[in-house]
Write a protein of this length. Sequence first.
Length: 275
Amino acid sequence: MAKKNKKRQVSETAADTAQKLKRKDYEAEMRRLHGELVAMQEWVKSTGTKVCIVFEGRDTAGKGGTIKRITERVSPRVFRVVALPAPTEREKSQMYMQRYVPYFPAAGEVVIFDRSWYNRAGVERVMGFCKPEETEQFLKLVPSFEKAMVDSGILLLKYWLEVSPTEQTRRLKSRIHDPRKVWKLSDMDLKSYSRWYDYSRARDAMFATTDTAWAPWYIARTDDKQRGRLNIISHLLSQIPYKPLAHREFALPRRQRADGYVEPKLPLKYIPTPY
């Protein structure tokens, strides 16, 4: 049975590779979606909407890359990414959710959590950073907490990115020898890698209690990163009732005259130009 499952995983990965989008098609569709994200941004600003987006998922599932593609063409004054470090000693003594509340969106803002309060249901539970009863208490209370968020006017979206064990292995191995990615590989990643099914059980328990009518989980399969990003962004846009951005005509004004201005000969230091 194990051999059959392994063969099936390999065949599924091969099928995903065969269907991979052409780079040209991917970038064309991403360009269109970027335009829609800008339209959404302007609508959020004009209406004072508050949007909170949570990204959770398996290690290497592509959370960072997806968030980067969402935010690369919009204003950082509207879209803010929150990726909190490990809690300080003071934060450990606070009510668990307390450290996240200051980062919630105000009117006209979109806040994206690159991992969130769900650390307590995932990595903290699996790696023993909290007691089992603390996780149970969290799972019991978080639906009411998120109901309060939604009732306050926050549009809350929760995404779980899922990657196959075969693809996760491939991505982790690629980080070992790539100097551009080695910073993504930590001791915690290596420890987490060996606990695939512990994370599966933690994920299932989280879904069972926190997949609510007011804050459902949306699952995205991301073995194919390009398709995953496009699917997530298009779904995100479908969940926000923004209106298309009206086309505006722009005309550049005439520049002022020099009126005798001459650049001074200052001892400035210009960078080398090897390219």
